[in-house]
Ligand binder design. Structure first.
Ligand code: PAF
Length: 286
């Protein structure tokens, strides 16, 4: 496995390669990332993983400085997972001058949900992903469904800029109590970790209720928000949305049995986590 820290060294390691698969990460890897690497490995060509904590997607009050940098451990895990090239630039390499050109995603998709609570987040994500795509020039890139809105924003960016990159979605990996794996789970205290299962639990309740015929989306969201508050969480949102565009499904959408996704973001102690679950309703009779 090559470990490279500069764009020039990356290009050298990739010379003559046309079919690299790419998994962008911010490091501090866990089984969820490794599952994405295994997915990438199902495709021909070398697998490139980037490790880069992207300042542009953190607001000033967020955890940029705290975010764990675990290069050695990440490289050990990636070697075992069969990664071919690790690209771990420092900030001076990726942003040698302040990044003044940015990618502005469609506000209809990027200013809702995560974008409402983290203004500018998707501009930061799109800008770094576009730049990483230019460095790696992959044929395929893998993103996890855990960051559901991010995956959609990146898909749209790739379509709108006609980038010759296939985006592949990896399923969310979960702990045995249902908590979605996330680098930020490491911030949870023992007591918070016990309470954390409620995040996926509230998604499950909304799912079960929708599957058994409930159609008042607002009432289901309120019930889930209350469940979270009862469990010591401070929720930002629980939202039942259409998978198509992340907008609120219309009555007609619901009656037609549209594909839905339920998304949640909430804080416990100082840790903010997100999760989601997809479901497709059956069309209602008549
Ligand atoms: O999902 C992440 O870890 C980050 O948002 C990404 C895609 C690596 C961009 O920094």
């Amino acid at each position: 496995m090559h470990i490279v820290h500069t764009i020039a060294a990356l290009r050298g390691a990739l010379a003559g390669t046309r079919d690299a698969s790419f998994v962008p990460t911010m490091g501090n890897l866990h089984e969820g990332h490794l599952a994405l690497v295994r997915l990438a490995k199902q495709h021909p060509g070398p697998v490139v993983v980037s490790l880069f904590v992207n300042r542009l997607q953190f607001a000033p009050h967020e955890d940029f400085d705290l975010y764990p940098r675990t290069l050695q451990r990440d490289c050990d895990l990636l070697r075992q997972a069969g990664c071919n090239i690790v690209f771990a630039p420092d900030e001076a390499e990726l942003y040698p001058t302040p990044q003044r050109f940015t990618v502005q995603p469609d506000p209809a998709l990027a200013d809702i949900l995560e974008g409402e609570f983290r203004p500018g987040f998707f501009t930061g994500v799109c800008t770094v992903v576009m730049k990483l795509f230019q460095c790696v020039q992959p044929r395929l890139a893998v993103f996890g469904k855990k960051d559901y809105q991010q995956l959609m924003v990146i898909r749209r960016m790739v379509e709108q800029f006609a980038l010759p990159i296939t985006i592949v979605a990896g399923e969310t990996e979960r702990a045995s109590d249902g908590l979605a794996l996330s680098s930020r789970n490491a911030y949870l205290s023992t007591e918070e970790r016990v309470r954390a299962a409620r995040l996926s639990g509230c998604l499950r309740s909304v799912r079960v209720n929708l599957a058994s015929g409930a159609r008042s989306v607002a009432a289901l969201e309120t019930q889930a928000l209350n469940e979270l508050r009862d469990g010591g969480w401070v929720p930002d949102y629980v939202a039942v949305r259409s998978q198509r565009d992340l907008q609120v499904p219309s009555v007609e959408d619901l009656a037609a049995g549209c594909a839905l996704v339920v998304l949640v973001a909430a804080r416990i102690g100082g840790t903010r986590l997100i999760d989601n679950t997809e479901l497709t309703l059956g069309a209602s009779a008549g």
